[in-house]
Write a protein that binds this ligand. Structure first.
Ligand SMILES: Nc1ncnc2c1ncn2[C@@H]1O[C@H](COP(=O)(O)OP(=O)(O)OP(=O)(O)O)[C@@H](O)[C@H]1O
Ligand SMILES: [Mg+2]
Length: 247
């Protein structure tokens, strides 16, 4: 079938230059292969430093891989291509710092309209706020004047302005109180059903991934050491790291 995968990363490698006096290249991602189908929720787990956020930045092309290919809707992805930039959006861990502290939420919400050459549509913003259970009164507030949970829902509302096909959620619920984390996850499920959107959910929280994702990739020291249906991986882990992780 054509375009079976919404996004496919093929043999992705990434290294960074490290060291103050003696510069060395450190391999952060080592030959990563992942794929995400349209409307699918795919998880990514791994310990701190395993390369999850680096992978997130690469599949959204906020950074380029050293080599490897990224295919979006059957074509090589290009960071300059507006279809790709609209189609794949990132939601970061820290909701408050994902907004400019000097600007009101309302001003920040206007940015993607400008960035994607769309005319500002207040009804759309109001509808997205309604969907995210947010009062429109926060549009006149600064990010630090609202709760972390609200700021994260506003960040998700903003990421939906461009009608993306995929949201990359990098620990997007981790900094939120456990009590409202579930509410946010339920909202994400609702959005997925209505919009047929896919999620790449990055988390160190195995329970969250189990709850949300139908498939999972396990990252360890920059490599995918195991992947498959979440149930199968969780019930029958094969790699020693996954066994330890699930212990
Ligand atoms: N710009 C950079 N320059 C040099 N090293 C970097 C850079 N960005 C990340 N790293 C290193 O790459 C490794 C992977 O980092 P990354 O943030 O992708 O891990 P992570 O799995 O997201 O960790 P966490 O769970 O703590 O968020 C770490 O050792 C980190 O120090
Ligand atoms: Mg990270």
């Amino acid at each position: 079938m054509k375009n079976e995968f919404l996004l496919k990363a093929v043999n992705i490698n990434k290294s960074y230059s490290v060291g103050t006096f003696i510069k060395k290249r450190r391999q952060i991602l080592d030959n990563i292969n992942i794929d995400i189908k349209a409307g699918e929720i795919v998880g990514c787990v791994g310990e701190s430093g395993s390369g999850k956020s680096t992978l997130a930045r690469i599949i959204t092309l906020l950074e380029s891989p050293d080599n490897g290919k990224l295919i979006f809707e059957g074509k090589p992805a290009n960071a300059k291509d507006i279809k790709f930039r609209k189609g794949v959006q990132m939601v970061f861990q820290n909701p408050v710092s994902s907004f400019d502290p000097t600007k009101t939420i309302g001003k920040s919400i206007k940015e993607p309209f400008n960035g994607f050459s769309l005319s500002y549509n207040r009804d759309k913003v109001y509808a997205l706020f309604d969907r995210m259970h947010l009062p429109v009164s926060i549009l006149s507030k600064k990010p630090y004047e609202i709760s972390g949970g609200m700021a994260q829902r506003a960040a998700i509302a903003r990421s939906l302005v461009a009608d993306p096909k995929l949201l990359v959620l990098d620990e997007a619920t981790s900094s939120i109180d456990a009590t409202i984390q579930l509410e946010l996850v339920e909202l994400l499920f609702e959005i997925k059903e209505r919009r047929k959107i896919g999620y790449f959910v990055i988390s160190h929280d195995l329970e969250l991934i189990n709850y949300m994702a139908s498939r999972v990739y396990v990252l360890y020291e920059g490599r995918v050491v195991e992947y498959g249906n979440t149930d199968e991986v969780y019930n029958n882990p094969r790699h020693p790291y996954t066994k330890k992780l699930l212990n």
